[in-house]
Design a protein around this ligand. Sequence first.
Ligand SMILES: *Cc1c(COP(=O)(O)O)cnc(C)c1O
Length: 374
Amino acid sequence: MISFLDLQKINKRYAEELKQVASEVIDSGWYLNGERLQEFETNLAAHTGVNHAVGVANGLDALRLILRAWIEQGFMEKGDEVIVPANTYIASVFAISDNGLTPLFVEPDIHTYNLDISKIEESITEKTRAIMVVHLYGQVCWSPKLEKIKEKYQLKIIEDNAQAIGAKYMPHSNSASVSTGALGDAAAFSFYPGKNLGALGDAGAVTTNDEQNAEIVRTLGNYGSRKKYYNDYQGLNSRMDEIQAAFLNVKLKYIDEENDKRRKVAQHYIEGITNPDIVLPSTTALTSSHVWHLYVIRHPERDQLQKNLSEQGVQTMIHYPVPPHKQLAYKHLSDEKFPVTEKISEEVLSLPISSVIDNEEVASLTDTVNSYAQ
Ligand SMILES: *Cc1c(COP(=O)(O)O)cnc(C)c1O
């Protein structure tokens, strides 16, 4: 059996260090807003290449809090629109509508599955204030054209970086690269256990170079309070536990190494999968480095392929079977048409990829996929 993601195996590599820091937190008697969180925020900001990082409870809250802070900063107000890819994970969209903002769906590119930047401009209206780019499956979504649109329409850009920690954008082959999380005005990270950098529970973070935004995000996540029992905003309770910060400090040291291992697995798939009915993910390798949170193929008879693989002991998943505008949660949007998004949702299949899947498993999986014929 090849499991989709073996978290036990991933965390086993760090078990000694994790147990050590857990016992330090237990013994310290200090469980929130302490020195482990501060240390993680410093480390994450340095790793990302930004001035500020703020630890929060999860990735959804990171997204929500950035937009909420922008409302408090006067950059937008309820009823304004935020452009978001139509094929993203639901959290991106919840963060927008939860703030009383309107999600404006734009189709993805069929090859990269990232927001189709050439379709943004035609969607912009008087009420559009921001673009949410999602570095989906671990691939950077950014381009000079996107920067031009931002300038021309004076828009904010929020990065949903939940799947792409450590990915880098390189504007030209000889220029310095910029990490995802440092490209837009602010970025949200998720440390959900299955993400490339996974906590042992929920955690998330916001990164930004805007000092005021960072300070308001921090305040909003702490009951809107700067001074205990004085509340400046109607805030939330969204803080990163000291124990999760301690775990993440251990695992952040290894994230680049882990991402390299994922790249090797992806390279094996790219070279090994030759089945003509399968569309491999297309990458913009020249200008960005992918961190392969997911390895997503397409097949016209996806459900059959998934069933066949499962019968041969290969566990796969679908990211995502139902696009946001087709969810019951957004039933008032169900008449909108996004043919590219819908095709993607019908054909995608995610193969196992991680830092612990071994060469033999990848080889056997590649053979299984190649031997499948309709
Ligand atoms: C995981 C994820 C989130 C949400 O993160 P949580 O920590 O689970 O709240 C948001 N956006 C994308 C694209 C994700 O993959």
